[in-house]
Design a protein around this ligand. Structure first.
Ligand SMILES: *Cc1c(COP(=O)(O)O)cnc(C)c1O
Length: 237
């Protein structure tokens, strides 16, 4: 399939469509739309498209290739209002310092060692880095994330770290194009979160739902949907 060039993508119109979709899904499932944050996933897309989205009122942006992200963060350092940057990709040890220094959120933490480094390397003059534990909800070999039974112990250790704030859970389920099938892994993530809350963890974030499964994620309680393609168009692979 031929891709539409970035310059032909109407980011503002697509953003409006995604916002309408979120509002409709929220209403259908008796949720307040303002409890759902749209994180626009701008990976592999130019800073100019992020500027267009900012002008259209979008604040939260997600990236998952570190160098690409740092270039854009630098290019947009003086943007008003300032973007809120989310790192949504896997995190290797050699990336923690830059992530701790330049992002407000890290969504895909799945090892204590990484959380500890992020905590230690978070600059003193910044609020603690918000983090989510990535859960491998469908137990796929190819996917990052902790197995559901291992979540409570990792959460307990991360909750002790001063430089990070454990906010909740994140997942990327196995692909399905069926709405009811899409809901199941999201419902399981919500149940794991509810179990943690019952154990005393103060968590408020379920980072789940992408272009293909936004509605199912909202139906099951997503507080952060991470949407790339629907806003910025297809990416080069
Ligand atoms: C790329 C990416 C997304 C966005 O995916 P789309 O299908 O383009 O909406 C969301 N979350 C993560 C972790 C990603 O890497």
């Amino acid at each position: 399939m031929a891709e539409t060039p970035d310059t032909d993508i109407d980011v503002a119109a697509r953003l409006a469509t995604v916002r309408d979709q979120i509002a409709a899904a929220a209403q259908a499932h008796a949720r307040a739309p303002n409890t759902i944050t749209l994180v626009a996933i701008s990976k592999k897309k130019p800073a100019t498209m992020i500027e267009t989205a900012l002008a259209a009122g979008q604040r939260d942006f997600g990236e998952n290739y570190l160098q690409d992200a740092l270039d854009k963060i630098d290019a947009l350092a003086d943007a008003e209002p300032a973007p809120i940057w989310h790192f949504v990709g896997d995190i290797q040890s050699n990336k923690t310092r830059d992530i701790a220094a330049h992002f407000a959120w890290a969504h895909a933490v799945d090892r204590f060692k990484i959380a500890r480094r992020l905590s230690e390397q978070r600059p003193d003059d910044m609020a603690p880095l918000n983090i989510c534990i990535q859960v491998n909800i469908d137990d796929e070999d190819s996917k990052s994330g902790v197995a559901p039974p291992d979540v409570p112990e990792l959460a307990a250790r991360i909750a002790e770290l001063p430089g990070v704030c454990l906010r909740g859970l994140m997942t990327i389920p196995a692909y399905s194009d069926d709405f009811e099938a899409q809901r199941k892994p999201f419902a399981r993530l919500r149940d794991i979160q509810a179990d943690l809350v019952a154990r005393g963890f103060a968590l408020d974030t379920l980072s789940m739902g992408m272009t293909a499964d936004i509605d199912a994620a909202i139906a099951e309680g997503a507080t952060h949907v991470r949407v790339g393609t629907a806003i910025f168009g297809a990416r080069d692979t």
